[in-house]
Design a protein around this ligand. Sequence first.
Ligand SMILES: [Zn+2]
Length: 114
Amino acid sequence: MKLLSTYLRKLVLKLERFLPPRRLIVVKGDALPAKMPMRSIVLAQDGREDWCVGLQCPCGCGRTIELLVIEEAHPRWDYSVDAKGSPSLHPSVWLTNGCRSHFWLKNGRIHWCH
Ligand SMILES: [Zn+2]
């Protein structure tokens, strides 16, 4: 199963630019679901408060990236959603360990920083 999911993840990455922009899914609570969607961006909303935004690392390493959007957090991110339901994040996401991915999410699209 692990092999299959790795294979699927890599396949989806190759197809990324042919796929529709990523969309935002809202879940209730202050935590991301244990099983994250392959491409969609997840917003965890506790009551009326936006808590965090999460996604599976777009490099395909399988890691879940969690970004805090609550006011009190440092660092924190801002997100916005366009008319089509596709999210943007500010600032960029830069992982300081592991795969060290560095990218922007704009209108549901991943823009890599090299
Ligand atoms: Zn990664």
